[in-house]
Design a protein around this ligand. Structure first.
Ligand code: TXA
Ligand code: MG
Length: 322
């Protein structure tokens, strides 16, 4: 931990665990360190970074005109998987905000992330620690692939949530969810009933990151829709180079590496925690197609469906009744 703190203080880049996904951090006030994040990830400069803090009081160093309702959300959901977009202080580097007038801020709950941030003593800018366009890393083996591209890696086991934080924009008139996550729309609407969900339909995406290709493995991903019987039939006939993420009921009959139980006992949180590792494992095994059986989009299911559809780049297979 002490070494990790010093790497960041000395303007290095460090991969560290958070409860959502691993982050690739640099101190927020060093242009040189921030530039290294973009190089290590191959990240386009028009995609802004989230600032990570270790206390609500740090937010005032970074943002201004903070609405009262932002504090209610911070008190309820921090530390945790919610990033809040606020109007930035003028001194925040445009490298962090990609030139936007706003900045995204998050207080992570992972004990190692908290200890690290407290030790560094200042905010740390951190995108997810994947090469740009790839699924975010949720395990130690995933971040070890970045060895040599960063100045240090702090290992912390598997990420508990497994999907990136909810991004909520409070910098405008109407609260908008720019990226769904483990803090759900229902939870946010309990505080801010007027919250809308950004649909992703327009080209002028307010969250620049949403314009870019995301979360995609090398294998082609498909969302699979159909009755249990039609899915079972499809699995039987599919090529051996494909793999399947199925609900427990459907996966039970098989003892094959290419069949993965995705939603054990209907538990969507477990499915969320396993999505990115399953996509990465499919690539490691050289699969050419990944079929993911449709699931409920209630609660965290909304965030999960968002990531699956992005990975599938809109590809959906609808099966006929057998
Ligand atoms: O869970 C997470 O949020 C992880 C961990 C490491 O904290 N971080 C993460 O960062 O997912 P990244 O860079 O992969 O995704 C940040 C998202 C991008 O979609 C970006 O466009 C959006 O947040 N974002 C950042 N600043 C923004 C701003 N000022 N306005 C709108 N969107 C912003
Ligand atoms: Mg990312």
């Amino acid at each position: 931990m002490q070494e990790a703190i010093e790497i960041l203080q000395r303007e290095g880049t460090l991969i560290f665990p958070t409860e959502t996904v691993y982050g690739l951090g640099a101190r927020f006030d060093s242009d040189k360190a921030l530039a290294k994040i973009f190089t290590a990830k191959g990240r386009p400069a028009d995609n802004p970074l989230i600032l990570h803090v270790a206390d609500i009081t740090w937010v005032e160093r970074l943002a201004q005109d903070i609405p009262e309702k932002a504090y209610a959300l911070m008190e309820s959901f921090w530390p945790g998987p919610l990033s809040i977009v606020l109007r930035k202080k003028p001194e925040i580097s445009p490298r962090i905000t990609a030139g936007l007038p706003s900045v995204a801020i998050r207080f992570p709950s992972h004990p190692l992330a908290r200890k690290l941030l407290e030790g560094v003593g200042i905010p740390v800018a951190a995108p997810s620690a994947n090469p740009s366009g790839r699924p975010s890393p949720t395990r130690e083996i995933d971040v070890l692939e970045m060895e040599g591209r960063v100045d240090g890696i702090l290992l912390g086991g598997d990420a508990r949530v497994g999907l990136e934080s909810t991004v909520l924009d409070l910098s405008g008139e109407i609260p908008r969810i720019l990226r769904p996550g483990a803090v759900t729309m229902e939870q946010i609407r309990a505080f801010l009933p007027e919250t809308i969900v950004y649909s992703g339909a327009s080209d002028k995406a307010p969250s620049p990151g949403l314009r870019h290709k995301h979360y995609a493995p090398d294998a082609k991903v498909f969302l699979l829709k159909g009755s249990p019987a039609s899915i079972a039939d499809f699995v039987q006939r599919a090529s051996p180079s494909s793999c399947f993420l199925l609900p427990e009921g459907l996966a039970l009959g098989y003892d094959e590496e290419r069949i993965i139980t995705f939603v054990p006992g209907g538990d969507l949180e477990k499915a969320a925690a396993r999505l990115y590792s399953a996509l990465r494992d499919a690539d490691r095994q050289g699969r050419s197609e990944i079929y993911i059986a449709a699931f409920s989009s209630a609660g965290i299911g909304e965030a999960l469906m968002d990531r699956v559809l992005r990975a599938a780049q809109g590809r959906i297979v609808t099966l006929e009744e057998v």
